[in-house]
Design a protein around this ligand. Sequence first.
Ligand SMILES: Cc1cc2nc3c(=O)[nH]c(=O)nc-3n(C[C@H](O)[C@H](O)[C@H](O)COP(=O)(O)OP(=O)(O)OC[C@H]3O[C@@H](n4cnc5c(N)ncnc54)[C@H](O)[C@@H]3O)c2cc1C
Length: 331
Amino acid sequence: MTQEPYDIAIIGGGPVGMFAAFYASLRDTKVVLIESLAMLGGQVMSLYPEKKILDVAGFPGVKGADFIAALEQQLAMFPVDVKLNTTVTDVAQVTDGFQLTTQLGDTIQAKTVIITTGKGAFEPRKMQVDGVEELVGRGVHYFVTDKQSFKNHTIAIAGGGDSAVDMAVMLNDIAATTHIIHRRETFRAMEQSVNALQASAVIQETPQKIVAIDRLENGRLQLTLAHVKDTTQQHVLDVDDLIINYGFISESKTIQGWTVQPALANHGFAVNQEMATDIPGVFAIGDANHYVGKTDLIAVGFGEAPSAVNAAIRYFDPHRGGPVHSSSLVF
Ligand SMILES: Cc1cc2nc3c(=O)[nH]c(=O)nc-3n(C[C@H](O)[C@H](O)[C@H](O)COP(=O)(O)OP(=O)(O)OC[C@H]3O[C@@H](n4cnc5c(N)ncnc54)[C@H](O)[C@@H]3O)c2cc1C
C-alpha cells in the first residue's frame, strides 16, 4: 500500500526547519521534518549549545541548548513526523510532487518541499599547527558542550570572530584566567561583544599566532605565541585548555547530487518573496537560501518560514486561503 504523500517535506532540522514544521502544523498540514543528525537544532546544538544568543525576539539572552529545547517544546504542541538520523540523498520530481530518497534507500513522497539544510553538513575550521590534532580531547577543543568543565581552569581561546569573543567573555566567569589569541589588532565581532570583552578581565594576546603546542608532563599545554609581523618575538603560555574557534566550513556535496537542482545565488538557493525557488513546489529558507540583503540569522529564517509554508499551501491547495487571526485588523 503506498503511503499518502505529505503536504510538506522539510529537509533539515535546524532552528529554521523546526519552526517551519511547527508553523506548518499550526496551519493543519501533514508535515515531515527530516534531519541527518541524531538530534534537532542544527548549528545551534552542534556548534554552540553553550553560547548565549542575544538576537532572537522575545529572548533577552538565551543559551543555545535552552533555545532549542524551547523550539522542541513548541514543535511538540502538534503531532509532526520527525525523522532523525535520516539524510536526504535525492529529491526528484514525480507526478503530483516529489520523491525524497534517504541514505537507507527509503523513499518519502511529498507535494511540496521546503529546504532548510543550512549550509549543509558542517565541521570546524582546523588549526594548522604541528601535532594539534593529536591533542584534541586532551586539552585541545573545537567544541564547548559543557562550560562547567572549564571551571577554575586557565584557558586560551584562539580566534577573533563573534563566537570566539562571546566564548571568551562567557567562559571568563567560570575559568580562573582566560586568554584570547588573535592574529589581528582588532576583533571582528559585534560591537556589544567587543565592548563586553574590553570590559572583562580576559587577557588579549594580539596580534599573535600560535606557532607550537606542547603537552607538558603535568598534562597542561604549553603554547608558543609569536608576534604576527615579527615571528622572532615569542613568548609561552601554560594553559589547561585551548579552545580553537576559527569558524566552520560546510559540505554541500550531498545536496549538489540531488536530481532537483534549484538555481543558486551566491552559495544559497535563489528565492523570490515567497521563498520559492525556480522549481515550482520547492522552497528554501534559513541559511539555505540567498537574496539581496539576506543575513544568515535565526530571526531572519524564522520570518521566512511562514512565507514559505503559506506559499507551499497555496501551491498544493490554491482554494484554501491565507492564514487568518480572529483578531485581524481591517484597514
Ligand atoms: C558559531 C556560530 C554562532 C552563531 N551565533 C548566532 C547568533 O547568536 N544569533 C543568530 O541569529 N545566529 C547565529 N548563528 C547563525 C545561526 O546558527 C544560523 O543562521 C542558523 O542555525 C540557521 O538555521 P537553519 O535551520 O537554516 O540551518 P542549520 O542550523 O545549519 O541547520 C541545518 C540542518 O540541516 C541538516 N541537513 C543538512 N543537509 C541535510 C540533508 N541532506 N538531509 C537531512 N538533513 C540535512 C543539518 O544536519 C542541520 O541540522 C551562529 C552561527 C555559528 C556557526
